[in-house]
Design a protein around this ligand. Structure first.
Ligand code: ATP
Length: 323
């Protein structure tokens, strides 16, 4: 194998740049030519790729987003799109592909490499931390830190005015950001897609706290079954008259920012491991972090298994630490 390509796809996540850097430099160290694909699978189909060298990835370790850009590409879900991508890779003599992204990206990669015989290695890059086979995904730590920073600031104003804040964070299917950020920021309650919370129970908890507390913060993950932060705030408001109730939706700011040291190191490790996996003849695998070692998992398992990723002790301690 002499030539490989790397792309980022789906939602961007801080840590993708350190990861691209590691792929490029590890590849070059081993004598490979490395091609950067722009805009994920769209770039494979449109032949939007360029040869990279050691300097193509200078000074990007600290940058959020992805220098390769990313995209959601419907055409890659069709056979004609897959065929075009294959022809472009073949014409360029590319013999291995590294994809950095989430479950959609892996689904596409898995399918592509089964039909066309091009080895593919996936790197988990998504702030949601919702992939099996890696304890952490790239971007999750940075996004959680961003939420904690926002929470600290909101706490100041909440405290000054005796306010109850409902803060909505990203996570349509995964409460990982909500749980970690909630514990780190001392949230009074955390509402998650993985665990049902009865609204009356939440109201009771807030009422019991409202005698002594000057402020309260409730974290709501996007995918919580009670609805979004606005809906929940509406349901709770009349029952807690001592509080001025406010809602903040953190939205896309959670995706941005300079990657944390954790995400920079993780991105570097995963990029390095992905190139080595291709050189070892692996395909349709994901490189991930388990404990403190880098391990390979089947791509198929990474997307089809639904591991419960919330730490049970964190779930248990939320109410206790908020008394
Ligand atoms: P995130 O978790 O951050 O949303 P993701 O990788 O899951 O990232 P998606 O938009 O779901 O993001 O998927 C990225 C791309 O992968 C899609 O735009 C599409 O090009 C490709 N893809 C997704 N599903 C399939 C599929 N079934 N077949 C082929 N390609 C697919």
């Amino acid at each position: 194998i002499n030539k490989i390509a790397v792309l980022t796809s789906g939602g961007d996540a801080p840590g993708m740049n350190p990861c691209i850097r590691a792929v490029v430099r590890t590849g070059i160290f081993h004598g490979l030519q490395v091609v950067g694909v722009k805009q994920g699978y769209q770039g494979l189909i449109n032949n939007n790729m360029y040869d990279m060298n050691e300097r193509s990835v200078s000074n990007i370790l600290h940058l959020g987003g992805t220098i390769l850009k990313t995209a959601r590409c419907m055409e890659f879900k069709e056979e004609s799109g897959l065929e075009k991508a294959y022809q472009n890779l073949k014409n360029r003599g590319i013999e291995g592909l590294i994809v950095i992204g989430g479950d959609g990206t892996f689904t596409g990669a898995e399918r592509f490499s089964r039909i066309y015989d091009i080895p593919v290695i996936g790197i988990p890059g998504t702030i949601d931390n919702d992939l099996y086979g890696s304890d952490f995904t790239l971007g999750f730590d940075t996004a959680t830190n961003t939420v904690v920073e926002a929470l600290d600031k909101i706490r100041d104003t909440a405290d000054a005015h005796d306010r109850l804040f409902f803060i909505e964070v990203m996570g349509r299917d995964s409460g990982c950001i909500a749980l970690r950020a909630g514990v780190a920021g001392g949230a009074e309650a955390i509402l998650l897609p993985e665990k049902e919370t009865a609204i009356d129970e939440l109201i009771e908890n807030l009422k019991s706290g409202s005698n002594k507390k000057t402020s309260s913060i409730v974290i709501v993950a996007e995918g919580d079954k009670n609805g979004g932060a606005y809906d929940i705030a509406k349901k709770v408001k009349e029952h807690v008259p001592s509080y001025d109730v406010k809602v903040t939706i953190l939205g896309h700011l959670q995706r941005g920012g300079s990657p944390s040291s954790f995400d920079r190191v993780l991105g570097s490790r995963l990029g390095y491991a992905a190139v080595n996996a291709l050189l070892n003849g692996e395909t349709r695998k994901m490189v991930g972090l388990k404990g403190n070692t880098i391990q390979l998992a089947e791509l198929e398992e990474a997307i089809s298994t639904h591991e419960f990723k919330l730490e049970p002790d964190l779930l248990d301690m939320v109410d206790i630490l908020a008394i």
